[in-house]
Design a protein around this ligand. Structure first.
Ligand code: RIB
Ligand code: CA
Length: 315
């Protein structure tokens, strides 16, 4: 099988598109999903993950409940205006009386089982992942690498003028992950907002392979949110799918190596700070590890991989 991935997400629209990509990809094997608060509540993301897995016939994939609030202790803000009332655009998952899962530490046995072969993909708030670095620092050293969606470097944010949603909602956790994770590939808004799936692409995929969820979710994302917010945008950015797709094809983006810190309080809360000066001395930057931050995206490579994987056609 393909690259083993443990997926942490706040399963709303673009997280679902990422999981659908993984479902169709022959190069990626999701071995577990951690459902966290974020776009909507933990209860909703847990329900969404279970519903998705049922619809695609993959209830064998273990689901773990992640954090339901940030390390700041705040009550989370949800985004039904972006992702729909349940996080799945116009879709209402069937009622499910099951309570949110409290089995988070099952991830440890998965990490121990897959160890050095395991890639963690985190495309939501970083609270659950940061918890692992605080409690299991040695176990976390086993992981091969981390693919993370978060931050906005030297460009405007999407929840505040300076901050991206995953970093903003729990800047404490994001800062912990940036400080303690090794082998990080970080996908900030700089590149993810260019990973646009147009209505034409959606309609082609629908006509060809009719994947569950894809058309209603992306039509909703575009018509109800992006077109209203950014009138000249040509489709919906699939932030989380780009991050996961890069596990399969790392050359979609080019990377710049820098340590990363996250502003925790004040007007610039959630601001991602890298060192983009021509020369710098790393020891002056809190002795943080150097991460690979995506700074450019090759749209054709993104388009080709997305369309080929979703349809089986050659582009
Ligand atoms: O800022 C975009 C990110 O915030 C995406 O991961 C989206 O799903 C939300 O989590
Ligand atoms: Ca997400």
């Amino acid at each position: 099988m393909g690259q083993k991935v443990l997926f942490f997400g706040d399963v709303g629209i673009d997280d679902t598109i990422a999981l659908l990509f993984a479902y169709f990809s022959k190069e990626i094997e999701v071995i577990g999903i951690v459902a966290c608060y974020g776009n909507v509540s933990k209860k909703q993301t847990t329900r969404n993950v279970r519903y998705l897995l049922k619809e695609i016939g993959r209830t064998d994939i273990p689901v773990m409940g992640g954090a339901e609030k940030p390390m700041t202790g705040e009550v989370p803000t949800y985004y039904p205006n972006v992702h729909g009332p349940e996080g799945l655009g116009p879709i209402t998952p069937p009622p499910n009386e099951a309570e949110p899962l409290e089995n988070f530490f099952d991830v440890i046995s998965l990490i121990e089982e897959y160890g050095e072969d395991l890639v963690i993909v985190n495309v939501g708030r970083m609270t659950s992942l940061a918890t692992l670095f605080l409690l299991y620092p040695d176990t976390m050293k086993m992981i091969k690498c981390f693919y993370i969606m978060g931050g906005a470097f030297n460009v405007p944010g999407n929840v505040t003028p300076s901050a991206e949603a995953n970093f903003y909602a729990d800047p404490v956790a994001a800062n912990i992950v940036m400080k303690y994770a090794r082998n990080v590939f970080l996908f900030p808004l700089n590149v993810t907002q260019q990973a646009i799936v147009t209505p034409g692409m959606v309609n082609y995929i629908e006509a060809k392979s009719k994947p569950p969820f894809l058309k209603p979710l992306l039509d909703y994302y575009y018509e109800e949110f992006y077109k209203k917010m950014v009138p000249d945008i040509e489709g919906s950015p699939v932030h989380d799918a780009l991050t996961l797709m890069s596990v399969e094809k790392n050359s979609i983006c080019t990377f710049y190596r820098t340590p990363v810190a996250v502003e925790i309080t004040g007007e610039a809360r959630g601001l991602s700070i890298g060192d983009f000066r021509k020369s710098f001395e790393q020891e002056k930057f809190d002795n943080r590890p150097t991460h690979r931050v995506a700074i450019e995206m090759n749209y054709f490579r993104f388009y080709k991989l997305f369309m080929e994987t979703m349809t089986g056609d050659t582009f």
